[in-house]
Write a protein that binds this ligand. Sequence first.
Ligand SMILES: C[S@@+](CC[C@H](N)C(=O)[O-])C[C@H]1O[C@@H](n2cnc3c(N)ncnc32)[C@H](O)[C@@H]1O
Length: 364
Amino acid sequence: MAAPKETIWQLEPHTRAKHEILRRYLQAWMVILSQGRFPDILYIDGFAGPGEYEGGELGSPIIALDTALSFRPPLQASVHFLFVEKDPHRAEHLRQQIEQRSIPNNFNIVVEGGVTFEEAFSRRHQQYLRGGKLMPTFAFIDPFGWTGAPFALVKLILANPSCEVFVNFMYEEINRFLNHPDQVGNFTTFFGTEDWKQCVSAAEARQRNRCLHDLYMQQLHTDGGAKYVRSFEMSNSRDVTDYFLFYATSSLLGLKKMKEAMWKIDESGEFRFSDSTDPGQLILFEKAPNFATLRAQMLHAFSRKTATVAEIENFVVVETAFRETHYKTQILKPLEQEGKIQVLNAAPGRRVGTFGNPAMRVKF
Ligand SMILES: C[S@@+](CC[C@H](N)C(=O)[O-])C[C@H]1O[C@@H](n2cnc3c(N)ncnc32)[C@H](O)[C@@H]1O
């Protein structure tokens, strides 16, 4: 899709899915941080858009704001919003959307219009520092293409504790312009490395796709320092990748909540949404998870080993697309009934097929 020129534009079904994930995730994130230890939290929308689509659907900054407004009891923390929109008309439209809402005193909303995300962040970020560190932040980076989203900025955000990023990697656009001589510097800025050039020569489309995907993921891990990175692929009905969403965090709880949001996505049938972190394992987010895949992954990982339930859960959450709710009843229980695993240190009276105790040791 070419970037629209109008102030507001039509919502694509793919965008709706992205918004659904954002809303669900923020519902968890805001509560966890606000009711937790943090007096201040920050939501950044670096490519905010006008806050509304042609059919009246809400844009991402308003989704974030309305989510924050929806809590009962209300959020206790000071909730900061930094919305950046380069197009002044879109920024103005966004301001109008915000003015229609009643904003409590503990909300601090900044709309930076007519400037880039990079400019706005460098101008403003001082005000979001607490003890020299950026306050706990969720940064949504949602460009139309690749310009204006330098990896150095992603890295700057991730360098702070409790800060995470959610990046829309516009694969279709990036791939289309990858050979363009004018864009060499811009791609290096976006990836934070020149290594993307190695992907240009990939013979097949799928190879190139994985090369670019894996490079960005590696950058988030190694250069960005994020402990956990997962990627999600949005593809059309012809199986062509439209975009990847990269989520990078150092919080295990954040990772769990993001996966929960992903598994609840309601597909329209016009697209396919999958976990694409592991090249060999494209896991579709369907109503019923494919438990056969998880079973195979667990049997492979723990073959002939002994592990605690906590270790098994950590594997499921960190190393697979599946959730902490997916592995006990659906996998461990039948495995025990089939005699394929044994519980070594069960408490007296434990019922077969129950795995409530994280310290319980399971022999595969
Ligand atoms: C994909 S749209 C954002 C949609 C919005 N996040 C949502 O989900 O409703 C990208 C927006 O970024 C704006 N933009 C483009 N380059 C920018 C930059 N360097 N900094 C900030 N905004 C930019 C565009 O005008 C456009 O409105």
